[in-house]
Design a protein around this ligand. Structure first.
Ligand SMILES: Cc1cc2nc3c(=O)[nH]c(=O)nc-3n(C[C@H](O)[C@H](O)[C@H](O)COP(=O)(O)O)c2cc1C
Length: 324
C-alpha cells in the first residue's frame, strides 16, 4: 500500500507538517510505503486554464514536478492525505496550485470518461488546522477537498480538523492529537495494508504486465493490490496497449515502466504472475509464482492487443479461485 501526503503549509515543523509527519510515520510502521510532497517547495507551475487537457487528456505543462512525478504518484496512491492550514477560509495557495493542476485528471475522468484501475478503492483523508473558532471555518477547505478527491478518484474517507491552533507546533499541546492519528490509521491505512500484493511480471513490462495488472486491479479491487514490472529497462508503456485499454474504460495515463524493485515501492509481493518467457531468474525466489504462457503480441496493432486483452481476461478467470 502506498500513502501520498500533500503538505500544504509553508511552515516546516508547523502544525500541518507535524500532524502529517506523525501520520505517515505510523503508516510506515504499519507496513505502508509513504511519500510527502512539500507543496511550498515543489516548484509546481500553476494551471494556465488553456483547456488543452480537456481536448487531449494531458497537461500542456510537461517539464515541472507535477508532470514529471506527482501525477504518477497520485495514480499509484492508495491513500492521498491532503493537509493544509486554513488561509483566508480556504486551502493554502501552495497546495491549491497542485490541486488546480489536477484539472488534467478531472478531464481524463469526465471528458475522456476513463477510470483509474484503483478508483473504487483509493481513499482520501483531509487534515486541516486553523487559528480561530468560527462555525464555517472549514467550509471552504471541505468543498475544495471534496472536488479534489473526486477528480483524483479518491473517496474522502476521513477528516480531521482542529480549531484554535495558531503558533508553530501548538498542535503538540492539543490533548488527544496522537489518539486522532491512531484512529485515522485504523480507519484508512490498516484495511488497505492487509490486502495481498499480486505482481505481474514480464520481460519488458510495457504491455502484457501493466495490462494484466490494470485488469486484475479493476476486477478484484477490494481484495488485492496489483502492480507490474519488467525485467528490462524501458522508457514508456506501449502506446497501442494504453489506447486499447482506455477504450475499455480503464485509464493507464501517467503510468511508466517499472523495475521489480520499483513495484509496490520495494515491498515484496505475496504472489508473482510471470507472463510469457524471456528471463530465467525471478527476483523473488521465496514467493509463490504462477506462469501464464502468453507470448508478447506479434505486433503492436490493435488486433493483436485486443487478442491479448481477451486472453488475459480468460486467465483472470482462473485467478478468481485463488483470490478471496
Ligand atoms: C496567510 C494566512 C491566512 C490565515 N487565514 C486564517 C483564517 O482565515 N482563519 C483562521 O482561523 N486562521 C487563519 N490563519 C492561521 C493559520 O491557519 C494557523 O496559524 C495554523 O495553525 C497554521 O498552520 P501551520 O503551522 O501548519 O502553518 C492564517 C494564517 C496565515 C499565514
Amino acid at each position: 500500500m502506498f500513502v501520498l501526503g500533500l503538505q500544504g503549509s509553508p511552515r516546516k515543523g508547523g502544525n500541518t507538517d507535524t500532524f502529517l509527519s506523525a501520520f505517515l510515520d505510523r503508516a510506515a510502521q504499519a507496513g505502508a510505503a509513504v511519500k510527502t510532497i512539500q507543496a511550498a517547495k515543489a516548484g509546481i507551475v500553476p494551471c494556465k486554464g488553456c483547456g488543452y487537457c480537456e481536448k487531449k487528456g494531458a497537461c500542456v505543462i510537461t517539464d515541472d514536478p507535477m508532470a514529471m512525478e506527482i501525477y504518477g504518484l497520485i495514480r499509484r496512491a492508495d491513500l492521498v492525505v491532503a493537509a493544509s492550514p486554513v488561509y483566508f477560509y480556504g486551502i493554502s495557495a501552495q497546495l491549491k496550485v497542485l490541486i488546480d493542476r489536477c484539472q488534467t485528471l478531472w478531464s481524463r475522468k469526465y471528458v475522456l470518461k476513463v477510470k483509474d484501475p484503483l478508483a473504487s478503492e483509493r481513499k482520501g483523508l483531509l487534515f486541516s488546522v486553523a487559528a480561530s473558532r468560527g462555525r464555517q471555518l472549514f467550509d471552504g477547505i471541505h468543498l475544495t477537498a471534496k472536488y479534489f478527491f473526486d477528480a483524483i478518484d479518491a473517496r474522502m474517507d476521513h477528516t480531521i480538523t482542529y480549531r484554535g491552533i495558531e503558533a508553530k507546533g501548538a498542535i503538540r499541546k492539543r490533548e488527544n492529537w496522537t489518539a486522532d492519528v491512531e484512529t485515522a490509521i485504523e480507519k484508512t491505512v490498516l484495511p488497505l495494508v492487509a490486502r495481498n500484493r499480486v505482481l505481474f511480471l514480464s520481460a519488458h513490462g510495457t504491455c502484457r504486465a501493466p495490462m494484466a495488472a490494470a485488469m486484475a486491479q479493476h476486477r478484484f479491487a477490494d481484495r488485492i493490490r496489483t502492480d507490474y514490472a519488467g525485467m528490462e529497462k524501458t522508457d514508456a508503456l506501449d502506446e497501442t496497449m494504453v489506447r486499447c485499454v482506455q477504450e475499455t474504460g480503464l485509464d493507464l495515463g501517467y503510468r511508466r515502466p517499472q523495475s521489480p524493485e520499483e513495484a509496490f515501492f520495494g515491498s515484496t509481493p505475496d504472489l508473482v504472475v510471470v507472463i510469457g518467457d524471456g528471463f530465467d531468474k525471478t527476483p523473488y525466489p521465496d514467493v509463490e509464482h504462477l506462469h501464464w504462457p502468453l507470448p508478447a503480441p506479434p505486433s503492436t496493432d490493435d488486433q493483436s492487443i485486443k487478442a491479448l486483452h481477451f486472453q488475459i481476461r480468460a486467465n483472470l478467470e482462473q485467478l478468481t479461485k485463488r483470490i478471496r
